[in-house]
Design a protein around this ligand. Structure first.
Ligand SMILES: Nc1ncnc2c1ncn2[C@@H]1O[C@H](COP(=O)(O)OP(=O)(O)OP(=O)(O)O)[C@@H](O)[C@H]1O
Ligand SMILES: [Mg+2]
Length: 321
């Protein structure tokens, strides 16, 4: 049974199209990951599903309810943790949760507050004003709030950003537990590949407002085919290299240039003929980051703005698919 159905969903801000006719479904109990560079349209997509942003066109049904016609029923079905914190600074953590519980008419509110506080490890801090919370504590409180009314569907927009490793793992385990009991479906955006890999049943890679690939993590990796080869070259013929479309990445490392190439065999021979003297070759199986690179032409880290030379090289080379 599908708990989310999206068809040709589109959001335009004036002339700019942030989300461009995307279509997908989410099954009951499924965890779907949205992976994409900054500005790809992930938050806008979640915001439309959470009825916080009105779609320009297309269809979106959440828990069977249309986002245009039944926004309040949609909101009752969902919990969300968004990028911008929205807890009240002037209240304590516990008061924030209490308020949220009242808003949603949560039964047995005190017991549930205790439960979620324990989950995010904020029991000791529950009576402190939120303005005195650290960034990670705020994040955890937001999470507790998203879970308090036991929603059928959870939207998590980079929920573990800035959390310490232990808390991240606790949270993953909890999300997995919610979904494996079959009752809660999750859409999560993240920039952490390990998180996507560990948590998600399927991953949709989004770039420029479009879904460019969608599958299970293992099938995504299998689909790009072959191994990943890393070549370290001295004095490369950059002009020649930029013409080769299976060269996915070009990076300067001191006096060397490092190429990342998908699929070995013939490609490798061609490269060896064309590019110059190869100092070092490294072969490995594709990771999710390679998948991301394959479909978006960028590393997830570079997509976050650490690009520099490599990124410019890639934009020269253009899209790879
Ligand atoms: N209210 C708005 N008005 C105009 N443009 C907007 C608005 N909200 C989002 N955008 C634009 O839409 C695009 C998609 O933004 P969105 O926040 O959905 O990206 P994202 O994939 O969540 O990125 P990030 O990884 O940085 O969170 C961006 O170019 C953004 O500038
Ligand atoms: Mg976002």
């Amino acid at each position: 049974m599908k708990v989310i159905e999206v068809k040709e969903l589109t959001k335009k801000f004036d002339k700019f199209t942030a989300v461009n006719k995307i279509s997908f479904g989410v099954e009951k109990g499924e965890i779907l990951g949205l992976l994409g560079p900054n500005g790809a349209g992930k938050t806008t997509t979640l915001s439309m599903l959470a009825t916080l942003v009105k779609p320009t066109s297309g269809i979106a049904k959440v828990n069977g309810f249309d986002v245009y016609n039944h926004p309040s029923l949609v909101r009752k079905s969902i919990g969300f943790v968004f990028q911008d914190p929205s807890s009240d600074d002037t209240l304590t953590g516990r008061e924030n949760l209490y308020l949220h519980g009242l808003m949603y008419g949560v039964d047995g509110i005190n017991k549930k507050i205790d439960m979620v506080l324990k989950l995010v490890d904020l029991v000791d801090k529950k009576d402190i004003l939120v303005k005195n919370y650290s960034g990670g504590m705020r994040r955890r409180l937001e999470l507790a709030r998203g879970l308090l009314h036991e929603p059928k569907i959870l939207f998590l927009d980079e929920p573990t950003l800035g959390l310490d490793p232990q808390t991240r793992i606790n949270l993953w385990n909890y999300i997995k537990k919610l979904s494996s009991e079959g009752s809660v479906s999750v859409i999560i955006t993240t920039h952490y590949m390990d998180e996507a890999e560990e948590l998600c049943d399927r991953i949709a890679i989004i770039d420029h407002g479009k879904i460019v690939a969608m599958d299970s993590p293992s099938d995504l990796k299998n689909k790009i085919g072959g191994d990943i080869v890393r070549l370290k070259i001295k004095n490369p013929k950059i002009g020649e290299i930029k013409k080769l479309k299976y060269v996915k990445k070009i990076k300067k490392e001191g006096e060397f240039t490092v190429l990342t190439v998908v699929n070995s065999g013939l490609h490798l021979q061609e490269i060896l003929k064309k590019v110059g003297k190869v100092e070092e070759v490294e072969l490995r199986h594709p990771t999710l980051n390679d998948v991301f690179l394959h479909y978006t032409g960028r590393n997830i880290r570079e997509a976050e703005g650490e690009g520099g030379w490599a990124e410019r090289a890639m934009s020269y080379q253009g899209r790879s698919t």
